[in-house]
Write a protein that binds this ligand. Structure first.
Ligand SMILES: O=P(O)(O)OC[C@H]1O[C@H](OP(=O)(O)OP(=O)(O)O)[C@H](O)[C@@H]1O
Ligand SMILES: O=c1cc[nH]c(=O)[nH]1
Ligand SMILES: [Mg+2]
Length: 213
């Protein structure tokens, strides 16, 4: 993992880079796209959750009793920014099946590119959890910043943001709004285009994940 300035971590493992290349390719069909997002999320989760709290547990091996460590599952909450966040969520939940899950429904207005909220449901006790917000694309950063603002209002304290591709503009905007939130990404791309799409990017993550275009 490559630590960048300003709290940005680029997960540049060769397997992540390889799978991201497949994901970007326009010829990759929906089923493969979905599987690749899940696989990359599993690999990124390994880094993102490196400091996950653990607790002692008493077990019996076939030879003797011992005190081992287990993840304190109740301390973690994944938040998916709908729709496309659900692709990453699947991989993260494979890693930590006991984690709590919340959803923030946001879509970008096609003209203003501003996020519009249509759904919000998170666990009650957000103040007691590490919150990991997932969304494959950090473009203008407005969706991520709006989601984090909303989560903080709901009590969330320690928050991490995980995406697959970030634009420099999105990283800057999220950090300006929420300097306390570290960003984990598999790549930082060149720039946004006039439609606020990430270039070279991978296109519209939600449409590719769900086959809606
Ligand atoms: O950084 P931003 O400029 O805010 O853009 C990023 C957002 O755009 C995409 O969602 P979209 O609005 O396409 O909704 P969808 O997931 O339902 O397709 C993406 O999944 C992010 O949520
Ligand atoms: O490049 C982009 C920008 C926003 N949303 C996407 O799905 N892709
Ligand atoms: Mg979309």
């Amino acid at each position: 993992m490559q630590a960048m300035p300003d709290n940005v971590m680029v997960v540049d493992h060769p397997l992540v880079a390889h799978k991201l290349t497949l994901l970007r390719a326009a010829a990759t069909p929906t089923g493969d796209f979905r599987r690749l997002v899940r696989e990359i999320s599993l690999l990124m989760g390994y880094e993102v959750l490196r400091d996950l709290p653990t607790e002692p547990v008493h077990i019996e091996t076939p030879l003797e009793p011992m005190t081992a460590r287990q993840v304190s599952g109740k301390k973690l909450c994944f938040i998916s920014i709908l729709r496309a966040g659900n692709g990453i969520l699947d991989g993260m939940v494979d890693l930590v099946p006991s984690a709590r899950i919340g959803h923030v429904g946001l879509y970008r207005d096609p003209l203003s590119h501003e996020p519009i909220e249509y759904y919000f449901k998170v666990p009650d006790d957000m103040d007691q959890r590490l919150t990991v917000v997932v969304d494959p694309m950090l473009a203008t950063g407005h969706s991520a910043a709006a989601a984090v603002t909303r989560l903080k209002r709901a009590g969330a304290g320690a928050i991490k943001f995980v995406c697959l591709i970030a634009a420099p503009e999105g990283i800057a905007a999220l950090h300006a709004a929420h300097p306390d939130v570290p960003v984990y990404t598999a790549a930082i791309d060149r720039q946004l285009d006039e439609h606020a799409y990430i270039r070279p990017g991978l296109g519209d993550a939600g449409d590719r994940l769900f086959g809606t275009k």
